[in-house]
Design a protein around this ligand. Structure first.
Ligand SMILES: [Ca+2]
Ligand SMILES: [Ca+2]
Length: 195
């Protein structure tokens, strides 16, 4: 049975309509170039929320390390009609202003395609890096980390292709939103119980 048929069967049998629907949504990743990404266009969230979202999928915010990767991603996002959206990456300059690091690798960003005039750390309040389209090509821009933005998660290389699940396509953006809502609820409970 192909993956799509399996998913279709799950849908028909109502698995997706019950409260445990996310239990079946284990692989929203798609291959773009040499990497596997989860491009979440279901909800706009802050940078730290995006970090947590990716971690719930055993992945990390995307770290773009070459012009090839940037071109693949940019082309995909443009082709799929996302030029009106912005996407979080792992880049940030929390520790030292102007020194952009990848949260995912712990190392300085090895590649950047900054938009014209960026990074500008506007009002000295922009520490997180997102992708934004200019004339249908995506570039990087530093913005305030609490800005609402969509998310690109990147599958960790070492854990790739360890089972057949990797063949599944992007199945349910709604499920990611639901997961995130669960995380927020858990976080709110923790904060409430501690304060
Ligand atoms: Ca900054
Ligand atoms: Ca900026």
């Amino acid at each position: 049975m192909s993956c799509i048929h399996f998913l279709l069967l799950l849908f028909i049998t109502g698995v997706f309509s019950n409260s445990d629907e996310c239990a079946t949504d284990t692989n929203p990743f798609i291959q773009i170039g040499g990497k596997h990404y989860f491009i979440n266009t279901g909800v706009q969230i802050s940078w730290i929320e995006a970090v947590h979202l990716c971690r719930t999928y055993n992945s990390d915010l995307a770290t773009i390390v070459s012009v090839v990767e940037m071109d693949y991603l940019s082309s995909y996002l443009t082709t799929n009609g996302h030029t009106d959206k912005r996407f979080w990456t792992s880049g940030n300059d929390f520790v030292a202003e102007g020194k952009f690091m990848s949260l995912s690798t712990g190392r300085p960003m090895s590649y950047a395609r900054w938009a014209s005039g960026e990074p500008n750390s506007l009002k000295n309040a922009e520490d997180c890096v997102q992708l934004v389209a200019v004339n249908e090509i995506f570039y990087m821009n530093d913005v305030a980390c609490n800005t609402g933005s969509y998310t690109i998660c990147e599958k960790r290389m070492a854990s790739e292709f360890q089972n057949g699940e990797e063949k599944c396509a992007n199945v349910s953006p709604q499920c990611a939103v639901k997961k995130l809502q669960q995380i927020f609820t858990q976080m709110a409970n923790i904060i409430n119980s501690s304060g």
